[in-house]
Structure formats: structure tokens, C-alpha cells
Design a protein around this ligand. Sequence first.
Ligand code: PLP
Length: 393
Amino acid sequence: MRQIPFHRPLIGPEEEAEVIDTLRSGWITTGPKVKRFEREFAEYVGARRALAVAHCTGALHLALFALGIGPGDEVITTPFTFTATAEVMGYLGARPVFVDIDPITLNIDPNQVEQALSSGAHRRVKALMPVHFAGHPCDMDRLGAIASRHGIRIIEDAAHAVGAARTIEGRGMVKIGTIGDLTCFSFYATKNITAAEGGMITTEDDALADRIAVASLHGMDRDAWKRYDASGSWYYEIHDTGFKYNLSDVHAAIGIVQLKRSDDFMRRRASIAQSYNQSFQSDPALEAPQTEAQIEHAWHLYVLKLRLDRLRIDRARFVELLRERGVGTSVHCIPLHTMHFYRDRYGYRPGDFPIAEEVFSRCLSLPIYPAMSAEDISYVAETVLDLSREHRR
Ligand SMILES: Cc1ncc(COP(=O)(O)O)c(C=O)c1O
């Protein structure tokens, strides 16, 4: 039987050579490779500044910190995300204000954002943190208009969205990374491009970028990493609260090569999504993800929704049966407000965000990555179709 893991990174000889070059260079932590990765990433998305950090979680934390978010402040976000999005708010004593999602895009619903801001119930909202879920860019024109009307900042969680783009009024098609005040990317092992671990923050704002550069390495002078270099000085100054979120040159070496392959990877993902869509379109028990004309989807995830009223099994059983037939899947995402921590700490309850819960009850993520062969893709599609036929009402 075929075994298709949920994900496998595509790492080749070029990544290996770049890592070996770094290891042999005598400089393995933050240094010239990180600087190069930042420069090339900024160029790729078209951003003025890019700052590499240890992970997207650290990027989101630093972004909130740079905007001065602190105890008692509120940040609006989606419950349909990984915990990192909201967990970082707690690091600073701020509170995540969840609002429900759009049932089609699975992104935060701009109408719900407007309602939360206009309701009078949330008087300390300082920022909005939309997540480009699965690589489908949020409606940034609408979110941007709402944010400026209410005087709040935007930090985009673009962990799923390296390379994604959407049309922005007056600008045409632009890559995610140049729209909100700050945008945070992930290079975790399963992401569209990986550095094993890693993150990046992009911004057009030099003052925010400078603050993040200092805060990301203990609050030291910006180029303190050079202090062991022949040109460096032993003296450094501490300017601000600091964290240890720098990226190493070993990780950056992988990222530099992966970035060059990003557009190819994205095309491959799009073609897998298209092939799945075609396979599933006439099956009455399957609901394929929808895309929009004004976006370039990064297809980080392929989230299939089951029509449970057409099936005799639930999502958990469907996932189990796929595993028995060698297809690895995952579920994105377990709504945060239904989990113990968010209930106990912030008072959320199951039932608070019915759309996120309804989607969760019937969604699963299928394998979608450039290392899949044509046979792997057909096997996944055929296995899903077989199960749907076998268990249809
Ligand atoms: C939406 C979202 N935000 C943030 C993160 C955190 O990324 P990292 O693992 O790079 O910290 C993830 C990771 O899975 C994610 O899915």
C-alpha cells in the first residue's frame, strides 16, 4: 500500500551546499547569511524592510511589542488559527478578541470585525491580526478601511502565505508583506518554504523595523551580532526590553535557497489544488475550497469540507480511514475558543463562534506539497473518492 505523509519538505543539493558553506565559514549564528536572506526576502515580496527571526511566533510577539501593545490592551483576531496567533498577545498581558470567520474563505469576517469595533464592548482594541488562512489572502482593502476608521494597526499573520498576493485598490496585484503595518511569515518545517525553523517580519516603517531589530536580540545595538567580527567592537549598549529571537546563519542558508524555489513550489501547489478540485467537483459529499479572481492563493493547505448530511461517518472516522489506507491528513484548525486555556483565561465558551465550529466539525487538510508525485496526488484523490462512495447516505 502507498504511504503518503501529510507533509514532506523538498530539500535538495543546493540547500545542502549552502548549509555546508555556512558550517565551514566559521560563522554559524546570525551573520551574513541572515542579512542576505533579509535582503532577498524584502525584494521578493516588494517590502522596504525585512527582519529575520527565529520563528513566526517570535515575529508576531515582536510585532505586537513594537506597536506598544501592553497589559489590558485588546487585539482582534480569528479563533480559526493555530494557537501562536493569539498566544503571543498573552505574553504582553493583552487579550485576544475573537470574531467569527467567513464560511467560504475561512478568513476573519470583516463584517464581524466592524461589529466588534462598533459595539462599544471593546474599548481597548489597539490592533487587528488577520490570518491569511491556508494561504488565501484576507480582504485587506476592507480590513484596512475598517482599521483606519477606528484608528487601529494591522499585523498580518502570514505564516501560511509566503508568495500569496491580492489586488489592492490603486495598487493592482501585490504580494502579501506590503499591506498591513507589519507582516509575519513562518519558515517552519511544514510551511511553503522552510528554513527548518524561522520567521520574517516585513514593514514599510523604518522606526518599527529598527525597534524590532533591537528587541529581537536582547535590546542590544542593532548590529551587536558583529561584535565577534574583526570589524566589531566589544562594547554594546542595551536600549530596550529584549528577547532572544535571532535567526542563525545555518537556518538562513536553507531559507535563501528555498526562497529561490518559492514561485516554483507555489505553482506546483496550485496545480495539485486544481487537480483535487477537479476530482471532487461532482462528488455530492465533498466541498472543495473556493478561491477568488482577485487573489493568488499560496495553497499552504488544501482544506476539504465533508457534507456530513451526505455521509454515514463523521470527520474523525474519515480521517482514521484515510490513515488506514496510507493517506496522512491533518485538521486545521481546532477553534481556539473551544480549548481549555482560552476558556479558562479569557472566558470563551464553545458556541461563541458558530461558523468556525461548524467548519471545524467537517474539515480536513489533505497532503499538498511539491515533493508529491503525480501518482501520490491521484492516490490521495482516488482514496478520498472511494471513502466518500463507500460511506455515502
Ligand atoms: C497561522 C499560524 N501562525 C503562526 C504560526 C507559528 O509559526 P512558527 O512555528 O514559525 O512559530 C503558525 C504555525 O503553524 C501558524 O499556522
